[in-house]
Design a protein around this ligand. Structure first.
Ligand SMILES: C[S@@+](CC[C@H](N)C(=O)[O-])C[C@H]1O[C@@H](n2cnc3c(N)ncnc32)[C@H](O)[C@@H]1O
Length: 378
């Protein structure tokens, strides 16, 4: 019944974690490529994937894939796809595109051919010459990589990082999808103490609390495909209701966020309240140089200011030294730092990190440095 291949797109470096999320939701993976995970699903699975995937950027329908060496073949292969299975007679649709290392390099020409081919196909299906385009939105993307064209339809609308809880924040906030991945890539679990000593707008800690409470990341937002008649509205309703029922309200979390800037702390409080985790996190204004932690065993996940974006190097190096000072004499602290600054391990003054993951924060290549502390006794 309405079988499709869905694609969860991801930031580079997060493929593994998104693959796990997709598998945990019960889907069969059919392909893993840079920045995308493909899996078998039905149209009716679009709500559950959009509402539950924490680390993916978007969910797309794979409409077709073929070799495109000429504009004619692009037109014919695009026209062969059953666009009317998704796009309504009054559907408003735009075509976006990109082409990498391919013969058909003019993306504007490709976009316009795809648009023409889709219109021709819809004319046949709806037996009309004119389309009003006053209905739901459909964004088609043509991506050509080494002469293979992939056509997709976006089901998410705004990217999945837009959970809807974050107020305006100017100091290089992490995307919620990335923050969530940092937590899932760490050893943190809901029984353990978690600290972000430079928490900015609180994204890492809010995502951690949402993970611990099993709050679906997309529960409070809308998706473009909610307007599509091909997905029964009751399915969206049911998935949202199931997600509400799945929230774990019987846990006590130990999560603390500090930041030097009082305004940021106020943003954290607003964000945490909107995300429904205000009871779970303590936020406090505190300069890291005056921070004192008296507990053993815990997890630090943080992304300090990046020199190239918002601060200067001397200050940043002092911050690294401070983080080390706070935790080096305490037993059992695992430290996870996301930064673009390759000098970090040098100034942090520990032995080599146990693991370094190369990730992308937007367009910036960053490293996720992981230092493991002793595990607490069971
Ligand atoms: C890159 S931002 C963190 C963004 C955060 N992860 C988010 O997603 O919103 C770095 C934060 O470090 C804070 N900061 C800078 N120097 C600090 C210091 N000495 N002590 C504590 N916080 C500091 C800044 O105010 C800023 O909010």
């Amino acid at each position: 019944m309405n079988k499709v291949i869905l694609i969860a797109t991801t930031a580079f470096g997060l493929e593994k974690i998104v693959k796990k999320e997709v598998t945990d939701l019960g889907f069969k993976i059919t392909g893993v490529m840079d920045g995308r995970i493909e899996f078998e699903a039905t149209i009716n699975d679009i709500p559950v994937t959009n509402i539950w995937l924490r680390c993916a950027d978007r969910v797309l329908i794979k409409a077709g894939e073929f070799t495109a060496l000429t504009f004619d073949s692009l037109f014919e292969n695009t026209k062969a796809i059953d666009w009317g299975a998704f796009i309504t007679e009054d559907g408003r649709f735009t075509v976006k595109g990109k082409s990498v290392k391919s013969k058909l390099g003019s993306i504007r020409a490709c976009q316009s051919i795809v648009k023409k081919a889709v219109v021709e196909k819809l004319k046949e299906k709806y037996k009309t010459e004119q389309f009003k385009e006053t209905g739901p939105d459909f964004t088609i993307q043509i991506s050509i990589l080494k002469d293979t064209a992939t056509l997709t339809i976006d089901t998410s609308g705004p990217g999945l990082h837009k959970r809807g809880y974050r107020v305006e924040f100017n100091e290089a906030p992490l995307k919620e999808t990335m923050a969530s991945a940092l937590v899932l890539l760490s050893f943190w679990n809901k029984e353990r103490l978690l600290i972000d000593p430079m928490c900015g707008s609180g994204t890492i800690l809010i995502e951690a609390a949402m993970i611990a409470r099993n709050i679906a990341p997309g529960i409070n937002r809308k998706f473009v495909s909610e307007q599509w008649p091909v997905i029964n509205r009751n399915i969206w309703k049911k998935i949202r209701q199931d997600a509400l029922n799945a929230v774990d309200s019987n846990i006590k979390l130990q999560i603390i966020g500090y930041d030097i800037n009082e305004k940021n702390i106020q943003s954290c409080l607003v964000n945490a309240r909107k995300a429904g985790v205000q009871e779970d996190i303590i936020f406090k204004k505190q300069d890291i140089k005056d921070l004192w932690v008296d507990k053993q065993y815990g997890i630090v996940i943080s992304n300090p200011p990046y020199g190239i974006r918002i601060s200067d190097f001397k200050k940043i190096n002092d911050i690294y030294i401070d983080i080390n000072k706070i935790f080096k004499k305490k037993k059992g602290w695992s430290i996870y730092i996301l930064t673009a600054d390759e000098m970090f391990p040098e100034y942090f003054k520990r032995t080599y990190p146990d693991r370094v993951r190369k990730l992308y924060n937007g367009r910036i290549q960053v490293n996720y440095y992981q230092y493991y502390g002793e595990k607490p006794d069971k």
